[in-house]
Unconditional design. Structure first.
Length: 291
C-alpha cells in the first residue's frame, strides 16, 4: 500500500483543524480519520485554538494560550468546543475554551489576543545547527530500524503523518541509551496550505506537542518503547511572538531543566529559517515508571 501524497496529508490536517460551528460559540472538531485510542494532544490544542480564533474579530490575533489536559480524549468520537468570551477590550481580548467528550471536559484552555503593535524588541539567537535539507526525515529514520521494533508498534510508528520532522540528533529508540539535551528538530507541514495566518498558528499549535514531552526522558535512557514507562501531557502553553508560515521550515529547540515526582518539565523555542524567534512553548508531562 502506497503512502498518501503530501498534498493529501496536508489537506487532511487542514480539514481536521477546521472546526465546525454548530451554534454561537459552540464548535465541533472532527475525529482523526482511522484514529484509534487516545486523541493526540496537539489535535485538541489546535482545534481549541481555532474555535477561540473564530470568535475574535480582526485585527486581534492570538499571542498566547494556556491549556490543561484533564482527561484523555477518545479518537472514536468528535470533540465539542465551547467558547466563553471572558473579555473584549481595546488592546486585548480573552477567550476560555472547554473541550468536551461525553458531556465532560477533556481540556480547558485560555487564549489571549492583541492587535498588531510596535514595541521594544529583543530575542535569543537561533542555534547554529545543520539545515533540514541535509537531514533524514523522522519517517526515514524509523524505516531504518523498523525491523527492531515490536510488531504491535509498527503500524503506529510508520503511519503517514502531515508534519515532516527532521531531527538534528536522532534519539535512540532501543535499550537504555542516555542522550544529552537540548534537542533540535526541523519541522513543517508537508505541503503548502494557503495564506490564512490563523490556520498556520493552529498548525504550529498542533505540531508543538510533537518531540516536546520526550525531551525530559532523554538523559534517563527511557522512551515510548520502554515497557513500564507511562507518559501523558498534563498542561501546555504557547506564546506566539512573530508571524510565520507552518509550511516553511521551522526549528524546534527543546530542553528540560527539571524532572521529578513522576513529572517532567519541558521548554521549547520555535525559530523561522531566517533566525526570528516566532514562538515559545512550555509543557509539564507525566513520566511515571510503573512497578
Amino acid at each position: 500500500m502506497t503512502d498518501p501524497a503530501p498534498a493529501s496529508l496536508a489537506q487532511g490536517l487542514v480539514d481536521l483543524l477546521d472546526v465546525e460551528e454548530i451554534d454561537t460559540d459552540l464548535y465541533r472538531g472532527a475525529r482523526q480519520p482511522g484514529g484509534a485510542g487516545r486523541v493526540f494532544g496537539g489535535q485538541v490544542i489546535g482545534q481549541a485554538l481555532q474555535a477561540a480564533q473564530r470568535s475574535v474579530g480582526e485585527p486581534k490575533t492570538a499571542h498566547s494560550l494556556h491549556a490543561y489536559f484533564v482527561r484523555p480524549g477518545d479518537e472514536a468520537h468528535p470533540i465539542i468546543y465551547r467558547v466563553v468570551r471572558d473579555f473584549d477590550g481595546r488592546s486585548f481580548a480573552n477567550r476560555r475554551v472547554i473541550a468536551m467528550q461525553g458531556g465532560v471536559p477533556i481540556l480547558n484552555m485560555t487564549a489571549s489576543f492583541q492587535p498588531p503593535e510596535d514595541g521594544l524588541h529583543h530575542q535569543d539567537a537561533m542555534p547554529d545547527v545543520p539545515g533540514p535539507e541535509s537531514l533524514k526525515s523522522e519517517r526515514e529514520l524509523r524505516l531504518d530500524v523498523i525491523d527492531r521494533v515490536p510488531e504491535r508498534y509498527r503500524a503506529f510508528m510508520l503511519r503517514p503523518r502531515p508534519i515532516d520532522i527532521r531531527p538534528v540528533s536522532p534519539r535512540s529508540w532501543f535499550g537504555d541509551t542516555k542522550q544529552q539535551q537540548p534537542q533540535y528538530s526541523w519541522f513543517r507541514i508537508c505541503a503548502p496550505v494557503g495564506d490564512d495566518p490563523a490556520l498556520h498558528r493552529a498548525i504550529l499549535a498542533y505540531a508543538s506537542d510533537m518531540t516536546l514531552l520526550g525531551t525530559c526522558t532523554l538523559e534517563h535512557g527511557v522512551h515510548w518503547l520502554t515497557d513500564n514507562l507511562q507518559t501523558a501531557s498534563l498542561d501546555h502553553a504557547i506564546w506566539l511572538h512573530e508571524p510565520f508560515r507552518a509550511d516553511e521550515w521551522l526549528l524546534y529547540a527543546t530542553d528540560s531543566p527539571w524532572a521529578g515526582h513522576a513529572r517532567g518539565f519541558n521548554r521549547g523555542q520555535v525559530f523561522a529559517a531566517d533566525g526570528r524567534l516566532v514562538a515559545s512553548v512550555a509543557q509539564e508531562g507525566l513520566i511515571r515508571l510503573r512497578e
